[in-house]
Design a protein around this ligand. Structure first.
Ligand code: G1P
Length: 301
């Protein structure tokens, strides 16, 4: 079985759910506490043993490439000023030369098309796919957990979580088959099922380990939900010839592509910081008590 060495990050999306914040800044560069969203996802991949980071970008996304570059003048200035802790933190995230690749999705034709744009850089080996809107809290990280399962099963592994059935139409949904190790076999997959038609409430949460045969299927994939080329539709075809396992991820996932999920992620990640937990926790408790008192007063008036 081939090791999963490469990861694809589709970062071409326009971020329309987050305007005007994303008018001039890519949504992947919005900060959760003090790091851009994309940092969390790259860190998760690195922790899972990924050695090559492939970004599928679009127009106005050049700053993502800069973020992962060596900022020589900045590092030098930090070293001269004795800011070793900040420098060490930045260098810990720094990919070494040759570990990153950037390609462009020239038209917004859907997730399936974005993944297909990475086909030559991935080549003929299994790869991880991480959707950067979704950031997770878990130790070990979601992808590392999936790699452990993959090392036993081979094939394709997708992470799933349970959603409110009323929200199932917003996601790719899988049908639950026989139990397989910590996960289960997949009976079907539907992208954005119509309300009331979802085969379960297990949604694809944005983490995948896929075999390279997906690229040939993507090359001919007809448009699906939302008139876009959907990865889920190609995975369904691949499932006819290869095994697919769902891994129910038990940690928390924040959808940073939506303002609510982004605010929640900021709170959740600040509460996991020793230097911030007490202050933020105290402020939140105070704000909640004040808001409740205000709402009560208003309802009496
Ligand atoms: C994409 C996938 C979908 C998945 C979702 C997770 O949809 O197509 O299967 O459930 O990400 O966020 P999008 O959010 O791009 O509409």
């Amino acid at each position: 079985m081939k090791k999963v060495r490469k990861a694809v990050f589709p970062v071409a999306g326009l971020g329309t759910r987050f305007l005007p914040a994303t008018k001039a800044i890519p949504k992947e560069m919005l900060t959760v506490v003090d790091r851009p969203v994309i940092d969390y996802v790259v860190e998760e991949a690195r922790e899972a043993g990924i050695e090559h980071f492939i970004f599928v970008t679009g127009r106005n996304k050049g700053v993502i490439e800069d973020h992962f570059d060596v900022q020589f003048e900045l590092y030098d200035t930090l070293a001269q000023r004795g800011k070793d802790d900040v420098l060490a933190r930045m260098q810990r995230m720094q990919p070494i030369a040759g570990q990153t690749s950037f390609t462009r999705q020239q038209q917004p034709l859907g997730l399936g098309h974005a993944v297909w744009c990475a086909r030559d850089i991935v080549g003929h080996e299994p790869f991880a796919l991480l959707l950067p809107d979704m950031i997770m809290q878990a130790e070990p990280g979601c992808l590392a957990q999936m790699v452990s399962l993959y090392e036993k099963t081979g094939g394709n592994v997708v992470a799933v979580q349970q959603c409110d059935p009323a929200e199932a139409h917003k996601y790719g949904i899988v049908g639950r088959g026989k139990a397989a190790g910590p996960g289960f076999e997949i009976t079907e997959m539907v992208e954005k099922p119509p309300r009331g038609k979802a085969p379960s409430n297990f949604y694809l949460n944005g983490r995948y380990i896929l075999q390279p045969e997906i690229f040939d299927i993507l090359a001919d994939q007809k448009r699906g939900a939302g008139n876009e080329i959907q990865l889920t539709d190609s995975m369904l075809t691949l499932k006819d010839n290869q095994s697919f396992y769902a891994y129910p991820f038990a940690g928390r996932t924040f959808d940073c592509g939506s303002p609510e999920g982004f605010v929640e992620a900021n709170i959740a990640f600040s509460l996991l910081r020793d230097d911030m937990k007490d202050r933020i926790g105290g402020t939140l408790a105070g704000l909640l008590a004040e808001a409740e008192a205000t709402l009560k007063r208003r309802s009496r008036a």
